[in-house]
Ligand binder design. Structure first.
Ligand code: APR
Length: 305
């Protein structure tokens, strides 16, 4: 297996490190800044004897070395600064995504593309328009991250093990995301039976603002440990054909009454990418929130022209 990670910044480099240390694949790290991907790749290679893996990690400013990649993870682009919304990144990141994905696709026409660059749902559409063909091979990481944030807040609130908490956050990766308390559980028990309504609402609100909370603390960039870990989990499910059920930005074709647009929904992730999109039995209110989120994504896609 060979995985290209485009963008050797915080998310990309952390993701490359996880992939190599997790012994998932050989990694090619691409960035436009001369020396940055080469330096970080060499630094990671020098940590391999200590960490105990023999994966090749190559840093480059071009795409020749990416040829024949099985998976391309796209993290290149601008990250948020305090006061910026993910949507503020729209036009600049669309240009970056279009250029980088077309170069990567020309070298690896059969690759699966995992998008991370924000605003995520719109960037998935930009990449899909470049790659074309089967939309099950172009999708985005955000639902795993948003759900991980919700899971960690639930676990901290109830003082229970993180690993026993599952959560489902659907919709666009932004202020309109749709955390679903009914489908969020502690060892199978929905949190609606474990927490009062006002506490659930507070955790939902913190989840929606989870990215901004980190940006506010870091001041010079946005989150990357949890985004990289979430991307790793998706890549692992593809590489090992685990067929995990994870929320991801997938292109809908009628599910939830929505067509031809990307949105965070539960999917089955395996060797061929998105192998199935699951339709949860949502209440009228939950569905209305999801559609509102879809509309926000649609407006941003239209703004790109
Ligand atoms: N080709 C390759 N790399 C590029 C390009 C390009 N055309 N344009 C920018 N880059 C690189 C930058 O040089 C930088 O090293 O993308 C990297 C981005 O890294 P960071 O600024 O550290 O940003 P990061 O925190 O990794 O976030 C990247 O992921 O979570 C999202 O919102 C976040 O869209 C952002 C992306």
């Amino acid at each position: 297996m060979k995985i290209t990670v485009i963008g050797a910044g915080n998310v990309g480099a952390t993701c490359a490190q996880r992939i190599a240390e997790g012994d998932l694949a050989d990694v090619v790290l691409v960035d436009i800044v001369e020396g940055l991907p080469q330096g970080k790749a060499l630094d990671m290679v020098e940590s391999a004897p200590v960490m105990g893996h023999s994966r090749s990690i190559i840093g480059t400013n071009g795409y020749d070395e990416t040829e024949g990649s099985d998976i391309v993870v796209m993290t290149a682009g601008l990250a948020r600064k305090p006061g910026m919304s993910r949507d503020d990144l729209l036009k600049k990141n669309a240009e970056i995504v279009q250029g980088a994905i077309s170069e990567a696709h020309s070298k690896s026409p059969d690759a699966i593309f995992v998008m991370v660059t924000n605003p995520l749902d719109v960037m998935c559409e930009v990449a899909y328009r470049v790659v074309g063909g089967d939309s099950c091979k172009v999708f985005g990481m955000a639902g795993v991250l948003d759900s991980a944030r919700f899971r960690s807040f639930i676990a901290m609130e109830l003082d229970v093990a993180m690993e026993d908490v599952q959560a489902m956050v659907l919709g666009g990766h932004g202020d309109t995301m749709v955390p679903l308390p009914r489908f969020s559980t502690v060892s199978g028990v929905s949190i609606v039976h474990l927490l009062p309504e006002d506490r659930i609402e507070a955790l939902v609100d913190r989840t929606r603002k989870g990215g901004a909370e980190i940006v506010g603390l870091l001041k010079t960039g946005s989150a990357y440990y949890a985004p990289a870990a979430s991307t790793y989990q998706m890549v692992e499910s593809i590489v090992k054909d685990k067929k995990r059920i994870l929320p991801a930005a997938a292109r809908l074709s009628g599910q939830y009454g929505l067509t031809d647009q990307y949105l965070g929904v539960p999917v089955k992730l395996g060797a061929s990418g998105v192998e199935n999109i699951l339709e949860l039995p949502l209440s009228d209110d939950e569905l209305a929130e999801l559609k509102k989120s879809a509309e926000h994504v649609r407006v941003n896609v239209e703004a790109l022209g």
